[in-house]
Design a protein around this ligand. Structure first.
Ligand code: SAM
Ligand code: SF4
Length: 396
């Protein structure tokens, strides 16, 4: 693309190159494809049947690359510390396409020497060859969606992978040279007993991952799973059971040498933390590439058109794929800082609190929901179970 072809910023967009400051900068690449849709998931992702006309998997890399060229023109060269390919299922694309997209990010923005490059993957969407291509192309972290090791739980979630594939996929990733391997788990699926959850944790730990994410199942409106819940075909567990499962996860994972660093994330050591997610949680800067992707840069937040066809059409016409956005005012930034930092093991800086909120923090400490570590408020284990309530007390 020549300079004269640079798309004019859409209304509300402005030059982001000079005002981005020196905060850490990351790039998120959304890959909106899945082989099948899991009943509980409302991510912006499409199976081959759902995709319709106007966008194809085969053309996706070129479309995303054209957005990267546009983005780099607006932001200028800014060293990228983390890149995260999420989805959807990025590994539904050929590895060579993912590597091409990564190269375009390097060409446009520049990658730092120690850049963290993650891809999400389903255990049944990788091969030794695809993983070797990714590793050779610069990817160094992989996050497998495992969810559960128990067949009836996977069936309720409508996950299609065979749990026996998981150790194999992790072994292949290690053989390909991935040092950072993470597994994603879900707890609180209807019908999952405490023993089932223990089994999933044991099997996840046996994989010797450097990182584990464990999230409670969320019933998302509009999903097939939400309809089943509404019709009474499946019954969600009560809050006490979900809390007990969180505590079991924390006990077993910490017993295995994985310490919490965010409410739902555990890592073997600091180097194993997902630096890209930490960048989100610290409200640093990132550019989101792909349909529906969100960006957060220079005090603004914006998001792209959602459908891959609309996204491809905008870029083919040389236009910005931005759909809408907002300027983040001081009040919003303040509330977000409290919400996000409170969830971190490194804790919330007391400088974020007004005098009234500081008194609320003292109350939280008195009730053993948090401790003070120097000038930071850090949730205790019981405080982690009540994190949302603690945040409400601290936001005045
Ligand atoms: C984009 S997916 C990860 C990659 C891959 N598509 C997969 O599912 O393994 C990101 C994570 O979000 C989780 N997720 C999606 N919908 C969820 C929900 N309703 N409740 C909790 N976790 C959810 C998935 O299970 C997955 O681990
Ligand atoms: S959970 Fe992952 S594999 Fe399942 S539909 Fe969502 S993005 Fe696709």
């Amino acid at each position: 693309m020549s300079l004269t072809e640079i798309p004019h910023p859409a209304p509300g967009e402005r030059d982001l190159g000079t005002s981005g400051g020196l905060r850490p900068f990351g790039v998120y690449v959304h890959v909106p494809f899945c082989r099948v849709r899991c009943g509980y998931c409302d991510f912006n992702t499409y199976t081959a049947d759902e995709l319709g006309e106007g966008a194809t998997r085969a053309s996706y890399a070129d479309t995303a690359i054209s957005e990267i060229v546009q983005a780099a023109t607006r932001v200028g060269r800014r060293p990228v510390e983390t890149v995260f390919f999420g989805g959807g299922t990025p590994t539904q694309l050929p590895s060579a396409d993912l590597v091409r997209i990564l190269r375009a990010i390097d060409d446009g923005f520049g990658l730092t020497d120690g850049v963290e490059v993650t891809t999400e993957a389903n255990p049944d969407s990788v091969t030794p060859e695809s993983l070797a291509t990714l590793r050779a192309g610069g990817f160094n972290r992989i996050s497998f969606g495992v969810q559960s090791a128990v067949p009836h739980v996977l069936a309720t979630l409508e996950r299609t992978h065979d749990p026996a594939r998981v150790p194999q996929a992790v072994r292949w990733a290690r053989e390909a040279g991935f040092e950072q391997v993470s597994v994603d788990l879900i707890y609180g699926t209807p019908g999952e007993s405490m023993d089932d959850w223990r089994t999933s944790l044991e099997q996840a730990i046996a994989l010797e991952p450097n990182h584990v994410s464990a999230y409670a199942l969320i019933v998302e409106d509009g999903t097939a799973f939400a309809r089943k819940v509404r019709r009474g075909e499946v019954v969600m567990p009560d809050d006490d059971e979900t809390a007990d499962k969180y505590l079991l996860a924390d006990e077993m994972l910490s017993g295995a040498g994985l310490g919490w660093y965010e409410l739902s994330n555990w890592a073997r050591d600091e180097a194993a933390q997902c630096r890209h997610n930490v960048l989100y949680w610290r409200s640093d800067d990132w550019f989101g590439i792909g349909p529906g992707a969100h960006s957060h840069l220079a005090g603004q937040r914006w998001w792209n058109v959602k459908h891959p066809a609309a996204y491809a059409q905008r870029l083919a016409a040389g236009e910005s794929p931005r759909h809408d956005g907002e300027t983040i005012d001081a009040d919003t930034a303040h509330v977000e800082r409290i919400m996000l930092e409170t969830r971190l093991r490194s804790g919330l800086g007391l400088d974020a609190l007004s005098p009234a909120a500081r008194r609320s923090a003292d109350g939280v400490v008195a009730r053993d929901l948090a401790t003070l570590e120097g000038e930071r408020l850090v949730l205790t284990r019981s405080g982690r179970l009540l994190a949302d309530a603690v945040v409400r007390e601290l936001v005045d």
